[in-house]
Design a protein around this ligand. Structure first.
Ligand SMILES: [Zn+2]
Length: 448
């Protein structure tokens, strides 16, 4: 079953409406690097906020953390990344293109059918030098995941947060992987953002908590509007488990290029804390005073990519439909994810309409991300707002000057209702929450 929209359409909409641009475009771009434009930065921030709210703020058993991208190299030796975080690389002897040996079929170059070198293991961590001397002793790595920053702070967080296990520590931040074959727009990039939770539990309860977080993670996408039929769960086979994992599930989404991983939920056992205790010489265990026991916790890790979540939300929200004989492209984004919540649109750029339109904008902008647009025809402006997923447009016309009412147009149903300017923000607030609002109550307030 192919996805309903091809990637070109998503890439084109993203460019046209200011979601995502190729990085360094005026210099011809940089492979697989992307910049988030004015709409993209809002969407991406909303995705991260929604995750943080669900995982940290709405729970009393998870706290947040923000650790540095560069860490002591010993961290990556202990975690196994220096030895194991590798892909088999082959190079074509004729055209010198490089390929992931396990991603190509046959023994010839997919580009020119040239002969390939023997595979060698290529480490995916970006290396750089700390300080002015470029020597082996000053090598540092850009983190390939945010998880290790959490493990090495386990003791700090447990002591200062005064919380009991099970306890989760969450982090959102940039990670870097020198992928041999990145691609599919923002799906696989060398620089990306992670949303990771390390949930520390008592050994023996780990399987129960793995099931719990698989369900929580899956439901998070559904609550934010992703259609269930476009999501599926896949358990890793024993042969594909990472070196640290006892068990792992992928939440996969039906992207334009096919089913691909959106988020992984792994049972990491006590691998990380044990390794860091061994390599740092610091004891990393949990003391349960009440039960009088001490143990090294097991860890359940939901690990999601921000950028590929953004892509999934865009793909899932995208629709082309026909309205009164005209094609309409619309993003049915969940209200909490939409970059702009309300657009204030005077019917035309007319000096009589401007003061009231500006007044409406001033009323709304402290409470909602609001756009003001008075250029071009009203039809074109509606189309633009539909394409960036704005749930509500507020139109000010000449009648508004007489009766102090404006029209709210809904993105999904295209229904239009007329409401008084006074109290408009209450109507929008209720609608953003998905509630029906009886506008007649506003009239009662006005008549007083
Ligand atoms: Zn070749």
């Amino acid at each position: 079953m192919p996805a309903k929209v091809d990637m070109d359409k998503i890439v084109s909409l993203c460019k046209r409406r200011g979601f995502i641009f190729p990085s360094s475009e005026i210099y011809g771009g940089l492979a697989s690097c992307w910049d988030y434009g004015p709409m993209g930065v809002e969407l991406k921030r909303n995705v991260k906020d929604a995750w943080w709210k669900a995982v940290v703020h709405e729970r009393d058993d998870v706290v947040g953390l923000d650790t540095s991208i560069m860490m002591h190299p010993g961290v990556w030796a202990a975690s196994g990344h220096i030895d194991n975080f590798t892909d088999p690389l082959v190079e074509c002897k004729s055209c010198h293109l490089r390929w992931r040996a396990d991603a190509i079929e046959g023994k010839r170059c997919p580009q020119c059918s040239g002969e390939l070198t023997e595979p060698r293991m290529f480490n995916l961590m970006f290396k750089t030098f700390m300080g002015p001397v470029e020597e082996k002793a000053s090598i540092v790595y850009l983190r390939p995941e945010t998880a290790q920053g959490i493990f090495v702070n386990f003791e700090n967080v447990v002591t200062t947060s005064r919380k009991k296990l099970p306890l989760g520590i969450a982090q959102i931040g940039k990670s870097f992987r020198n992928e041999i074959t990145p691609g599919n727009f923002i799906f696989r990039t060398r620089e990306f953002e992670h949303m990771e939770l390390e949930y520390f539990v008592k050994p023996g309860t780990d399987e129960k908590w793995l099931d719990y977080w698989v369900k929580e993670s899956f439901d998070w996408y559904v609550k934010l509007g992703i259609k269930k039929e476009n999501l599926r769960l896949r358990q890793h086979g024993k042969d594909e488990l990472a070196h640290y994992a006892r068990d792992c599930y992928d939440i996969e989404y039906l992207f334009p290029m096919g089913w691909s991983e959106l988020e992984g939920i792994a049972n990491r056992g006590d691998f990380d804390l044990t390794q860091h205790a061994k390599c740092s010489g610091k004891e990393l265990s949990y003391r349960d005073a009440e039960a009088g026991e001490k143990y090294v916790p097991y860890v359940i890790e939901p690990s999601a990519g921000v950028d590929r979540s953004v892509l999934a939300f865009l793909v899932d929200a995208y629709e082309e439909e026909e309205v009164e004989g005209e094609k309409r492209t619309v993003l049915h984004l969940h209200h909490s994810l939409a970059p702009i919540k309300v657009a204030v649109l005077p019917l035309s750029r007319n000096e009589k309409l401007t003061p009231l339109a500006k007044e409406v904008f001033k009323r709304l902008c402290p409470r909602f991300v609001t756009d003001y647009d008075d250029s071009q025809s009203i039809g074109r402006r509606y189309r633009r707002q539909d394409e960036i997923g704005t749930p509500f447009c507020v139109t000010i016309d000449f009648e508004s000057l007489e009766d102090k009412q404006v029209t709210i147009r809904e993105r999904d149903s295209l229904a239009q209702i007329r409401v008084p300017v006074e109290g408009l923000e209450k109507v929008i607030e209720a609608k953003l929450r998905g509630e029906a609002f009886d506008a007649s109550t506003l009239w009662a307030t006005r008549q007083k």
